[in-house]
Design a protein around this ligand. Structure first.
Ligand code: SAM
Length: 238
């Protein structure tokens, strides 16, 4: 999978792209991330990439010329996605859809954002990572790259770990425990130590359902619980 990122702060991405899962995926050749700095395409003596907004107002706006020039020189994989609080919110379904493509590109805004002609005539779509405002698109780009690339074939060591987790199943994931069996008087639920795989699976499903009902009922909206799910919710096997 190839991901091209356009940012005026390429150094922001360096450590994160080298660490952990992303670093391993890149080293293994499964993930090819190319970072482009539009400042290289600024033509004035100060290499400026931003200017004051027409109509007045606080802050600066990223100019169209260096952004268009950087994208046209790289000929990056499409869609080219502008990270923006005004875009549709990222969710696991969008992450899955991006993971099923051979590649895509991300354009990071800064300051007050980008000239609207970049939105209308250069980018294919916008994407927000949530209802809050970051200082720039770089952190959002890392969120997208990490969420998508862990679903790409060959990135996660244990492929099944992506299938059985929050949102993929339509539910939140059940609680997880590791050793020790008792820590400061808090014991791991007995069912998880029973060795009875059918009971453990049933417990996990009940916990996932219960958590989702309590914490994220919106995930269940429009879905009627099946009779066995209602029964699971009423069980207290722990
Ligand atoms: N003036 C803009 C507004 O009110 O919507 C906010 C600009 S923000 C300070 C600068 C840049 O950070 C944006 O152009 C965008 O690339 C990125 N950004 C900020 N919040 C974001 C979010 N929730 N999701 C994705 N990108 C975001």
């Amino acid at each position: 999978m190839r991901v091209d990122v356009f940012t005026i702060f390429p150094e922001y991405l360096t450590g994160a792209l080298d660490a952990s899962l992303l670093g391993r995926a890149r080293a293994a050749g499964v993930l090819d991330v190319r970072v482009h700095d539009p400042r290289r395409f600024a033509t004035d003596p100060h290499r400026s990439v931003d200017d004051t907004p027409y109509g007045g107002g606080a802050g600066m706006v990223l100019r169209p010329e260096p952004l268009f020039a950087a994208v046209e020189a790289a000929d990056p994989p499409r869609p080219l996605i502008l990270l923006s609080p005004a875009g549709p919110r990222l969710d696991q379904a969008r992450v899955r859809a991006l993971a099923d493509t051979p590649g895509f590109s991300l354009l990071c805004g800064r300051y007050e954002g980008v000239d609207e002609r970049v939105v209308e005539h250069l980018c294919d779509e916008e994407l927000s990572i949530g209802d809050y405002v970051l200082a720039g698109g770089e952190a959002a780009a890392l969120v997208v790259i990490e969420a998508v690339s862990r679903l790409a074939p060959g990135v996660l060591g244990n492929e099944s770990s992506a299938e059985h987790e929050s949102f993929t199943t339509g539910l939140l994931e059940e609680p997880q425990y590791t050793r020790p069996a008792e820590f400061r008087g808090w014991a791991v639920p007995a069912v998880l130590r029973s060795g009875d795989h059918a009971r453990i699976a049933r417990w996990g499903r009940a916990q996932a359902l219960r958590r989702t009902v309590q914490r994220r009922p919106d995930l269940l909206a429009g879905r009627t619980l099946a009779p066995d799910e209602v029964a699971l919710l009423e069980e207290t096997d722990d």
